[in-house]
Design a protein around this ligand. Structure first.
Ligand code: ATP
Ligand code: MG
Length: 329
């Protein structure tokens, strides 16, 4: 018995995700920034929405990416990778002159990251509502929104246009706030407007309180209550190397312990978690089993270098689940 499922079934149409597609180049030494020559490794396919949709496709969910890349190897690396993983790439525009977006990343000793981005000034920033986008949205069954996109005017306009179209045909919406409080500027109340349209919310840490329009002192239970009052039906709180908890609006709470792995590169954990969870739920998998797949996807991804190198096919996730010990609940 899979229980109540607020997400539209996979057969209604693909999960669509829009936003940045990047090539990521990672420093192989730990330290501060890029002011000196240093060893680097890459390029790796990246960009939070791209990581999400790749894991969704690898899980076996119907998936479509909306984005823009340059007519260069970084762009082809990404589109080839997504297509190979079963993602519909028909709404990825190829810009004739702007290059594919890039992110240079270096880890500091305390685990924080220094970035050099070329994102919205690259092909990624040229994203617009093309006939190919119209076509994907017209047949999509679900929209996944990555919170970082809300600060970009064009992408916000596209989300505002896409969400009601998908909902009107019985589709659903998920939101990963994907930002820390200190970085968050809720331009024009966009975050609140997005929550009001969200069926499934995937916060981590203090994003829970941000979504509740509150503060950490209010406590988890009150925050969950405040978010349900805004119309969200399912909240999955990601807790890093502790695991995750799903809260459903009927009061059901399901905890999932993390898998025990050696963390090599934490980038992409939340996006892989979300991609696996959304795909699994849309395929009709129960909350408990979807959480297991999602925790496995996050853990497998942090155990490999590169933002989505550890994203697992469903069979690989099954093997990982069978072979990897889990922490205590
Ligand atoms: P991101 O930094 O990518 O935005 P996030 O903050 O959204 O990530 P996390 O809670 O860090 O999300 O990670 C998502 C999930 O991945 C966790 O709930 C957990 O199941 C798994 N995970 C993340 N880090 C680890 C780890 N070090 N060991 C085991 N599992 C992990
Ligand atoms: Mg996140």
């Amino acid at each position: 018995m899979a229980g109540f499922n607020p997400l539209a079934p996979d057969h209604l149409g693909p999960t669509a995700c829009m936003g940045e597609i990047l090539a990521e180049i990672v420093a192989t030494t730990v330290g501060a920034g890029f002011a000196e020559p240093q060893p680097l490794i890459g390029p790796y396919s990246s960009g939070a929405p791209a990581i999400f949709i790749d894991q969704c496709g690898r899980m076996g969910g119907s998936a479509a990416m909306i984005g823009a890349v340059g007519d260069d190897d970084f762009g082809r690396m990404n589109t080839d990778r997504l297509a190979r993983d079963g993602v519909d790439v028909s709404a990825i525009a190829i810009h004739s002159s702007l290059p594919t977006g890039t992110a240079f990343v270096r880890y500091q000793n305390d685990g924080c990251r220094d970035f050099v981005f070329n994102m919205w000034t690259s092909a990624a920033g040229s994203l617009s509502w093309t006939p190919a986008v119209e076509d994907v949205i017209a047949r999509a069954g679900h929209l996944h929104v990555v919170g970082t996109s809300l600060g970009h005017d064009h992408i916000w306009q596209m989300i505002e246009r896409a969400a009601p179209l998908i909902k009107a045909r019985g589709g659903t919406v998920s939101l990963d706030p994907n930002q820390r409080k200190e970085l968050m500027k809720d331009t024009d109340g966009r975050f609140a407007k997005m929550i009001a349209q969200t069926d499934l919310l995937l916060p981590s840490d203090d994003e829970l309180f941000l979504a509740a329009n509150g503060v950490p002192e209010m406590g988890e239970a009150d925050a969950i209550h405040a978010i349900f009052a805004q119309g969200v039906c399912e909240i999955v709180l990601k807790r890093g190397d502790v695991g995750a908890t799903c809260f459903q609006s009927d009061g059901t709470v399901t905890n999932a312990p993390a898998f025990i792995v050696k963390e090599v590169d934490p980038t992409g954990a939340g996006d892989c978690f979300g991609g696996a969870y959304v795909a699994a739920r849309r395929l009709g998998i129960s909350v408990a089993d979807a959480l297991t797949y999602a925790c496995a996807a996050g853990a497998r991804n942090v155990s490999m270098r590169g933002p989505m190198e550890g994203a697992g096919m469903r069979a690989q996730l099954n093997r990982f689940i069978a072979d990897t010990p889990r922490g205590a609940l």
